[in-house]
Design a protein around this ligand. Structure first.
Ligand SMILES: NC(=O)c1ccc[n+]([C@@H]2O[C@H](COP(=O)([O-])OP(=O)(O)OC[C@H]3O[C@@H](n4cnc5c(N)ncnc54)[C@H](OP(=O)(O)O)[C@@H]3O)[C@@H](O)[C@H]2O)c1
Length: 331
């Protein structure tokens, strides 16, 4: 019942107004370098389509080269709409399995060996409501490990290059974007992270998968917030977003009830516009600092409990310290 009330209160995220910032607002991206994790499907693929057809060098992080090749063929054959005749960029595959922390350092090293700038990163890959008990190679709850811990570790490796890029890039153009979800509202009480047992290893009851997915999406928000506190002064914009409710492969683990609601899902391109806005809208600045973006590209409200946790209970600092400690041995 609470969730139904919540969904009613979120109607502008569920039935968003038209996007104000679209492909046609994009500058020529020739010479810029981008990383999109999970760019071989869904929202990430549609984002890569726009970046590529605007001339960007696009690195696609994923665990299947075959899926990347098929995405790249699709992107090259089907230009983004509204772009007119633009120079094409490039698409490159970067192997990374976010459910295995051991793959993160080699991926980061490979990436850093071939690029000398990194303009915008979208930590976009994600998994939603897999069977309860699913774990990463290192034993993290699968959504927590994939959506949060691995991206956090990857960011530790990429942060120095983004900092260096920001020294000479146009102001506010270097950005780190942590993809969250409206499901962050479903995260556990009181402030969205169950700090006593993040992986729900010790709870007697099976955790609700929506709650653990929501917790992972709060994790992304807290990382974006805390990172913004650390890097705004260095010229990096760090923010988080809900891309919108979209028809993608994300629902692969959802049961028949959720499939009944599929009529409420929008084309993945619209989610890509939310991510595009976060990556390029001129009004998002280091001065403004952390913001939370909602579909299809507007500044929106965070969940009240999550906001309170950030502002009054230092949840982002606490999480950051935990993640630094836990990822140290994979550096
Ligand atoms: N769709 C929605 O309605 C919605 C709503 C709110 C937020 N989001 C968020 O938007 C982001 C994009 O999701 P989407 O809707 O585009 O779903 P999607 O089509 O399933 O795309 C997710 C991508 O993440 C990749 N991925 C998953 N686990 C991975 C791993 N261990 N290592 C490397 N890559 C991995 C997937 O690759 P594989 O094919 O190899 O699994 C896939 O390319 C996610 O963070 C999601 O939480 C989506």
């Amino acid at each position: 019942m609470d969730r139904i009330k919540l969904m009613i209160s979120m109607r502008s995220e569920i039935r968003p107004p038209s996007a104000a910032f679209t492909e046609k607002d994009m500058p020529d991206l020739t010479g810029k370098v981008f990383l999109v994790t999970g760019g071989s499907s869904g929202v990430g693929l549609e984002l890569c389509r726009i970046l590529y057809h605007r001339g960007g060098r696009v690195i696609v992080g994923g665990r299947s080269e075959k899926a990347f090749q098929s995405a790249a063929d699709n992107i090259k054959a089907n230009p983004a709409s509204d772009l007119g005749n633009c120079p094409k960029g490039s698409l490159e595959f970067l192997y990374i399995d976010l459910s295995d922390l051991m793959t993160v350092k080699p991926a980061a090293q490979e990436l850093l060996s071939k690029i000398n700038r990194l303009d915008v990163v979208w930590y976009n890959a994600g998994v939603m409501i897999p069977p309860v008990g699913s774990k990463t190679k290192q034993g993290y709850e699968l959504q927590w490990g994939t959506n949060v811990v691995s991206h956090f570790l990857l960011n530790r490796f990429l942060s120095p290059l983004q900092t260096k890029t920001a020294e000479s890039a146009p102001a506010n153009s270097v950005r780190t974007i942590w993809i969250s979800s409206s499901a962050h509202h479903f995260a556990p009480d009181p402030y969205g992270i169950n700090f006593g047992d993040i992986n729900y290893e010790h709870s007697k009851k099976k955790p609700d998968p929506w709650m653990t997915y929501g917790q992972s999406k709060v994790g992304d928000v807290l990382c974006a917030f805390e990172y913004a506190q650390q890097v705004s002064a260095k010229g990096i914009v760090s923010l988080s977003l809900n891309p919108g409710n979209l028809k993608t492969n994300l629902q692969r683990h959802a049961g028949s009830i959720m499939r009944l609601f599929s009529f409420m899902l929008f084309p993945a391109r619209l989610g890509a516009l939310t991510e595009l806005y976060a990556g390029f809208a001129p009004e998002l600045t280091v001065k403004k600092g952390f913001v939370y973006i909602i579909p299809w590209g507007r500044i929106g409200p965070l969940n009240k409990r999550v906001r309170l946790g950030l502002e009054e209970y230092g949840t982002s600092k606490k999480l950051w310290a935990i993640l630094v400690k836990e990822t140290e041995k994979y550096m």
